[in-house]
Design a protein around this ligand. Structure first.
Ligand SMILES: [Zn+2]
Ligand SMILES: [Zn+2]
Length: 171
């Protein structure tokens, strides 16, 4: 969904409210969005600038960082950005009152593209299928969530035990 600066400026109160509900490819091969991107957006024109405020959500298919199982995770992002047509595309992005000021190089703001970028930024650094995921056994590879193995209970190989004693005895 694209909104032109002109559309915002010619709206009553120079303010435009929009609903987003459309399938958007995530653009990241290993992290597909599996639900439409939904959100509410308010755009307003102030001086020559545009401000976009909104919240977006979708669901992504992720692989658990512990057990490697695929699972769906909800992603949510809040956006608050200014667009300034006076800014060159390579100029440093100033921050005013904690709000990013972006260059407006097109006459239109691509709202779904803004949503896509912010939703990707909302991805967890280590995705977990659930907070207490037990992960895979490092010895036999069993999924300890569904297939509790006995590796941890098995006694240490006596040959390793000797080595451990030697290392433990070193100063
Ligand atoms: Zn897991
Ligand atoms: Zn095991």
């Amino acid at each position: 969904m694209k909104v032109s600066a002109e559309q915002v400026r010619s709206s009553p109160g120079r303010r435009l409210r929009l609903q987003v509900d459309e399938p958007v490819p995530s653009g990241a091969e290993d992290v597909p969005f599996v639900a439409p991107v939904r959100g509410e957006v308010e755009m307003c024109a102030l001086g020559g600038r545009l401000r976009l405020r909104g919240r977006f959500s979708t669901e992504a298919e992720l692989a658990c960082g512990r057990c490697l199982r695929g699972f769906r995770a909800e992603l949510a992002a809040e956006v608050d950005e200014w667009y300034d047509p006076e800014l060159g595309p390579t100029e440093e992005v100033p921050v005013e009152d904690g709000v990013l000021v972006m260059p407006l190089t097109d006459p239109e703001v691509d709202v779904t593209e803004v949503a896509r970028q912010h939703l990707l930024l909302a991805l967890p650094s280590v995705p977990l299928c659930r907070p207490d995921c037990a992960g895979l056994c490092p010895h036999c590879g069993a999924d300890r969530n569904t297939d509790p193995c006995t590796c941890a209970a098995r006694p240490v190989d006596p040959r390793w035990q000797i080595l451990q004693n030697v290392l433990g005895g070193l100063p």
